[in-house]
Design a protein around this ligand. Structure first.
Ligand SMILES: NC(=O)C1=CN([C@@H]2O[C@H](COP(=O)(O)OP(=O)(O)OC[C@H]3O[C@@H](n4cnc5c(N)ncnc54)[C@H](OP(=O)(O)O)[C@@H]3O)[C@@H](O)[C@H]2O)C=CC1
Ligand SMILES: CC(=O)N[C@@H](CCC(=O)OP(=O)(O)O)C(=O)O
Length: 347
């Protein structure tokens, strides 16, 4: 049994990690950490965990944590893990960072989009980007994962087969994404207030979302001719779920929806957590609720020559804690599905 610590456990992704690790066959929670509530019982803050976990929150003592556990999950807001990870890297403990701090290879790009000081370049270079389905060998052999953002996970899994097969006009990609409110974390703000979100559909961070450079970085590794993506985000009055709908102009070798569905099925045939829909069938967010699945539907419109790809995930699962556990499974050479065999909560 491997031992894990969770820093930022009182947040939404942290508490989802607790749900997953309490049922994990090979990883157990050794300690949980808080910057503001050390000494408090976690089930006192989250009563749904009464009689399930009795651990108290501990403060964040890096050397103690690093010496006691095999793996540290960090689920803190951006700008915080870059203060914790340099010290953790001095030990041998494995690290999975759920924040955006180490995802962007260029520190100047990070500072432009995140508006925080960037981590040191030498530490950024040590992080492996944990988009599991597309980086398995590096993930298996590394000790420090930068877990992808929720929107990039949905968008990139949906685009990968088209981009890698060079089936689309590289300058034509447009993604329209929607998220449930838990994607914004538990801190209160005007935009996530019930009165603002309920009965409402809003667009935010127009052309300025911090996940744009993350998506572009990966797309340009897959196809160096992709210069940019148009990407926008919306807040939907639901708790969990992301839908990323992407449009792109097909090149001449695309002739039908069936051809594209076959490509997607072949691409993801060994990827348990990616499920490809039949022609004419498109996923909704409830079909992956509470699970690590990414469901994808695709269509070719021979009238316009455009392709539509719809991908859905649960932002707290495949978009955060679920993918983090999937990556931990690979890092420890466990079954990739260990602790992640959930059935979607549909009704
Ligand atoms: N919510 C989502 O769907 C997704 C989130 N992420 C990323 O994961 C990270 C966590 O997100 P989320 O769970 O939503 O965030 P929350 O705001 O819900 O929780 C973050 C937690 O971090 C802790 N924290 C805050 N400030 C500090 C600090 N200075 N030092 C140490 N800990 C601190 C807090 O706990 P305490 O006060 O107890 O220390 C808080 O509970 C973020 O970087 C986010 O961008 C990524 C993908 C999806
Ligand atoms: C609904 C909502 O507000 N979602 C957040 C996702 C934040 C996130 O996960 O940010 P990093 O991973 O980049 O730290 C947002 O759009 O900013």
């Amino acid at each position: 049994m491997k031992k894990a610590a969770i820093i930022g456990v009182t947040g939404y992704s942290g508490i989802e990690l607790v749900r997953l690790l309490l049922n994990h066959p090979n990883i157990r929670i050794h300690s949980i950490h808080s910057s503001s509530q050390s000494g408090v019982n976690l089930a006192g803050i989250y009563p749904h965990l009464k009689n399930i976990i009795s651990d108290e929150l501990e403060d964040i003592n890096i050397s103690k944590i690093a010496n006691e556990v095999d793996l540290v999950f960090i689920a803190t807001p951006s700008g915080i893990s870059s203060k914790i990870i340099p010290e953790l890297l001095q030990y041998e403990v494995k690290i999975i960072d759920l924040s955006g701090d180490y995802r962007l290879n260029n520190p100047n790009t990070y500072e432009k989009w995140y508006k925080h000081p960037a981590p040191a370049q030498e530490d950024i270079n040590k992080a492996i980007y944990g988009l599991t389905e597309w980086n398995k060998e590096d993930i298996r052999n590394c000790r420090f994962i930068s877990n992808p953002g929720c929107y990039p996970t949905a968008t990139l899994l949906g685009l990968a087969p088209l981009v890698k097969s060079k089936l689309i006009d590289e300058r034509s990609i447009v993604t329209d994404a929607k998220s449930g409110v838990s994607g914004a974390g538990k801190s209160l703000s005007r935009v996530t207030h019930f009165v603002e979100t309920n009965d409402n559909l809003t667009i935010y961070k127009v052309n300025q979302h911090q996940h744009i450079p993350e998506i572009e970085q990966v797309l340009s590794i897959w196809n160096e001719n992709i210069p940019f993506i148009t990407f926008n985000t919306h807040l939907v009055p639901m708790t969990r779920g992301i839908m990323a709908t992407t449009y792109a102009n097909a090149n001449k070798s695309v002739g039908s929806t069936e051809q594209l569905v076959d490509l997607y099925k072949t691409t993801y045939e060994d990827s348990h957590f990616v499920r490809v829909r039949e022609p004419g069938n498109f996923p909704g967010t409830k079909e992956v609720y509470g699970t690590n699945y990414c469901d994808i539907g695709i269509a070719y419109d021979n009238r316009t020559g455009r392709i539509t790809v719809v991908s859905v995930i649960d932002n707290l699962m495949k978009g955060a804690a679920g993918q983090a556990v999937q990556n931990a499974n690979l890092m420890f050479d466990f079954d990739e599905r260990a602790g992640l065999d959930h059935i979607p909560i549909y009704i």
